[in-house]
Ligand binder design. Structure first.
Ligand code: FES
Ligand code: FES
Length: 143
């Protein structure tokens, strides 16, 4: 059994310790907001926060998350009130939406580190197949 703390809740999961955290979040815990894109740390769709740091859950062994606090898009706020979520809503950023949880989690992590605006943007090298980059720039620009 592997002990996890995700979005403030404690879990014990019976999985191979080398399982990527992404699949435990999605398939075991049912937290499907975190997405799979590339599986090789390129697209950013799988981004979550672990102890406040952005991590690619597609390559993060679940056993390495023990004793740490994992936050997914579902746990960022209970009512979409996080400033990043509010900026995304204001600027109607998503198109298909698939990449957006990872984008928002990366933004939130950068904000937690005390970064703002262009600083945040420079850290967000995620891929959006729909090309929402200009709206992301607008949303992040006011943070
Ligand atoms: S799915 Fe993890 S970075 Fe693309
Ligand atoms: S909104 Fe569709 S992939 Fe980014």
């Amino acid at each position: 059994m592997i002990a996890l703390n995700v979005n403030g809740k404690n879990y014990n999961v019976d999985v191979d310790p080398a399982t990527p955290l992404l699949w435990v979040l999605r398939d075991v815990l049912g937290l499907t907001g975190t997405k799979y894109g590339c599986g090789i740390e390129v697209c950013g769709a799988c981004t979550v926060m672990i102890d406040g740091q952005r991590e690619h859950s597609c390559v993060f062994d679940v056993s390495s998350a023990t004793g740490k606090k994992v936050v997914t898009i579902e746990g960022l706020s209970v009512d979409r009130s996080h400033p990043a979520q509010q900026a995304w809503i204001k600027h109607q950023v998503p198109q298909c939406g698939y990449c957006q949880p990872g984008m928002i989690m990366a933004c939130a992590s950068a904000m937690q580190a005390g970064h703002y605006g262009k600083e945040i943007l420079s850290e967000m090298n995620h891929i959006c197949i729909c090309g929402t980059y200009s709206r992301i720039k607008d949303a992040v620009g006011e943070l």
